[in-house]
Design a protein around this ligand. Structure first.
Ligand code: KG4
Ligand code: ZN
Length: 336
């Protein structure tokens, strides 16, 4: 089946053409980073306007790169949620319009679930279910039991900031550009992770849940304390803070993944979301939890993209043996 995927949940407009859930023919992403960078975060109104401007050209480009025409498509898959409501509507309505005009089915997909499916697309070997899924993105941090594709049990999630959000906020405190994850990773590589005793939060009675807002505040107070005398943070201090922040965040994630895997009795962990781009995280987990088989998505499938949407859309279509109705609504808070 030739599937067109469309993604517009936040600040990336993306389209991709994928054969039968796995073979990616094209994967086009138009990032809006330049548009939002000066505000230090995504401005929803600006995001929507840009989505409207680029969505049709991006779909055209995805088809062109794939060497396919609209009339050859069998299915349209689109992000239904979670995300910014205005942004979701633009992708959803483009998908509905194409579905109606081409007389082919369309299907809505959960964006967070698609981040985990990206790891499945990237590994040809069969995955043994049940296994653990870890979503580490800008908007979400969650551990889920994956019983099968489309069958999940939420184990834990963040009670405040998502891990990527914490990276972005710490980057802002250190006057780094947005999105700050890759800049923190770069600084941290030069720093001593044992310089500052940062710790991620512990959620009372919910030991597997995440809390990163206290960690971000600890970084803020450390920077304020250094700056109180009017002194500028030295390069070494910034590197040490970034490294100590990463160590605190990664230790927390690693411990919770180890415990959750033990509870599930599973040795496989599927990772998804932008933060899994962080190579220091991958190296850290390899060292701390060597007995677990960590399955990472390929680089093109880690950040927001439409190939993962097309892939998961195909799987959903096959399992429910039909598409969705045209009155399908965008769900900004879509959960598991
Ligand atoms: O998955 P994603 O594209 O967006 C959401 O669905 O939320 O993830 C974006 C997030 C941003 O917070 C960004 O700072 C973070 O992923 N990120 C990283 C790295 N690359 C991207 N965080 C840490 N280290 C990185 N190398
Ligand atoms: Zn995402």
């Amino acid at each position: 089946m030739l599937v067109l995927g469309i993604e517009s949940s936040c600040d990336e407009t993306a389209a991709a053409v994928v054969i039968s859930g796995r073979q990616v023919l094209s994967n086009v992403i138009s990032s809006q980073v330049d548009l939002h960078a000066i505000y230090g975060g995504v401005v929803p109104e600006l995001a929507c306007r840009r989505h409207i401007d680029v969505i049709i050209p991006i779909i055209d480009e995805a088809l062109k790169i794939a060497g396919k025409q609209l009339k050859e498509l069998d299915l349209i898959a689109v992000t239904q949620g979670p995300g910014l409501v205005g942004a979701l509507l633009i992708g959803l309505n483009a998908a509905k319009g194409l579905s109606l005009a081409l007389n082919i089915p369309f299907i809505g997909v959960n964006h967070v679930e698609a981040h985990l499916y990206a790891a499945m697309m990237s590994h040809s070997a069969a995955i043994t279910f049940p296994c653990l899924g870890a979503v580490l993105s800008g908007g979400h941090t969650a551990l889920v039991e994956i019983r099968a594709i489309g069958e999940y049990r939420l184990i834990s999630q963040t009670v405040d900031d998502a891990i990527g959000e914490a990276f972005d906020k710490v980057a802002k405190i250190l006057s780094l550009p947005y999105p700050g994850g890759p800049y923190i990773e770069k600084l941290a590589a030069e720093g001593n992770p044992h310089s500052y005793p940062f710790k991620a939060g512990h959620v009372k009675k919910l030991p597997l849940h995440f809390s990163f807002s206290g960690l971000k505040t600890a970084v803020l107070y450390t920077v304020k304390e250094i700056s109180i005398t009017g002194a500028q943070l030295s390069h070494k201090q910034r590197c040490d803070i970034a490294a100590s922040f990463q160590l605190a965040a990664f230790s927390d994630i690693s411990k919770k993944i180890a415990t959750a895997s033990e509870l599930l009795g599973s040795k496989e962990v599927l990772f998804g979301g932008g933060v899994v781009n962080n190579l220091a995280l991958r190296a850290f987990l390899k060292k701390r939890i060597p007995n677990l088989n960590c399955l990472w998505p390929t680089v093109e499938l880690t950040l927001d993209n439409a190939a993962m949407i097309a892939g998961l859309g195909y799987q959903r279509y096959i399992s429910q043996a039909s598409g969705d109705f045209l009155n399908l609504e965008a769900i900004p808070g879509l959960t598991w």
